[in-house]
Design a protein around this ligand. Structure first.
Ligand SMILES: Cc1ncc(COP(=O)(O)O)c(C=O)c1O
Length: 390
């Protein structure tokens, strides 16, 4: 592919209020680590997005705003062409982030003390959102066969029955194990949830990062019945590196659930949207497709570099082959270290800041999550430092 965009460019992020770079001390880390943790990219957003934001900034008036027809058309076209999802864009409700929306959905669709199911190891905010809203966390642990992760469907159903689960939070594609769920897997989950009256919150924030001929399937496309039993959480924040603009589109076909979600948002005082978030989202969906295609190609190259380096220089480490996401999951267990010894070697010897596997819950010990959405040279440097782990 002829690269039009320069993803190799290293943009300094120190002293830019970057959570990833500038707050080590506040998070109990020493200075001087190379950060490969939190899920944003060291890569600039697409030029069209930056231009649209600059234009809005130059206008200089940041009064209350709402999404208009053009915004909804951008959503409709993006999901229709990119994900073959012919969705009514007006079923999307805006929220100030996917995690915010998940917390709100938990509150409006379940009662205090109800059980909510997740599949650990999984994005740690799921557990926190359930716990912080006074609901009970129930875990259907993913099974690692030494190479890849699978769903234990018997356990999934048993946990639903035993705990009278009301809500299931699906991570699709899955962070951190990198699975892009196949149609059969999603259908089986959907069927069990329908049979037991479990509503599904499908967090599809990583939907645009899919590798090696895998295809992301929007949960709501499985059938009309499934569409009516789920909320699909989407955002441009991962795909186009816009996390701090706090804009997410939550698609809820089910009228009753959508009304409940809107009411809960209102009761939290959420009304108008962030104008910069709206502008960026619309520009990304209208003009960002080519940039994203090239970025995915570039990130595949980064994964290839990681794979090669592990084979040739770090054979003790195992890359769990990512089908999607830019957050590869790496198995360090052959080193035979305790969690605390592994974590401290990553910091003290490799001088890296990674996400320790244990924060993702059950099954995370012995693993670390890398963020490879960085210029190739940055990744090369990180992998070089990683050799000091032994
Ligand atoms: C699965 C998943 N959901 C949600 C988020 C965060 O979304 P937001 O910043 O919109 O709350 C992340 C960020 O890494 C994520 O991996």
């Amino acid at each position: 592919m002829n690269m039009k965009y320069d993803f190799d460019q290293i943009i300094p992020r120190h002293h830019t209020n970057s959570l990833k770079y500038d707050f080590a001390k506040e998070r109990g880390k020493p200075d001087g680590l190379l950060p490969m943790w939190v899920a944003d990219m060291d890569i600039q957003a697409p030029p069209a997005v930056r231009e649209a934001l600059a234009e809005k900034a130059a206008h200089g008036i940041f009064g209350y705003s709402e999404p208009d027809k053009n915004y909804y058309e951008a959503l409709e076209t993006w999901f229709g062409t990119r994900h073959k999802w012919m969705v009514d864009p007006y079923t999307a409700v805006l929220a100030p982030g996917v995690v915010y929306a998940i917390c709100t959905l938990i509150r409006c669709l379940t009662q205090c003390g109800d059980s909510v199911l997740i599949q650990e190891p999984v994005y740690y905010c799921f557990r926190e959102s359930i716990r912080d809203n006074g609901r009970k966390v129930v875990v259907n642990e993913l099974r690692f066969d030494g190479r890849q992760y699978h769903i234990d469907f018997e356990d999934f159903e048993r946990k639903i029955i035993e705990n009278k689960v009301r809500l299931f939070i699906l991570c699709s594609p899955h962070n951190p194990v990198g699975r892009v769920w196949k149609r059969e897997e999603l259908e089986r989950l959907a069927e069990i949830c329908l049979r037991h009256g479990v509503f599904v919150v499908a967090d599809e924030i990583h939907e645009d990062f899919v590798y090696h001929g895998n295809t992301h399937l929007v949960f709501a496309t499985l059938s009309q019945e499934v569409a009516n039993n789920c909320a699909v959480c989407t955002s441009t924040s991962k795909s186009f590196n816009l996390a701090a603009l706090q804009n997410a589109n939550i698609f809820i076909a089910n009228q009753q659930a959508r009304r409940a979600f809107k009411q809960e948002l209102e009761s939290e005082g959420v009304s108008q949207a962030n104008i910069m978030g709206l502008v960026a989202c619309q520009a990304a969906y209208q003009y960002g497709a080519e940039w994203l295609d090239q970025l995915i190609d570039y990130l595949s190259g980064n994964i290839e570099l990681m794979r090669e380096t592990f084979c040739t220089r770090l054979p003790e480490l195992q890359l769990v082959e990512p089908e999607g996401t830019y957050l590869p999951w790496v198995n360090f267990s052959k080193l035979g270290l305790s969690v605390s010894e592994l974590d401290s070697r990553i910091v003290e010897r490799a001088k890296l800041w990674l996400d320790s596997g244990v924060i993702f819950g059950a099954g995370g010990a012995g693993f670390q999550r890398f963020n490879i959405a960085v210029p190739r040279e940055t990744l090369r440097q990180a992998l070089k430092q990683l050799e000091n782990i032994r």
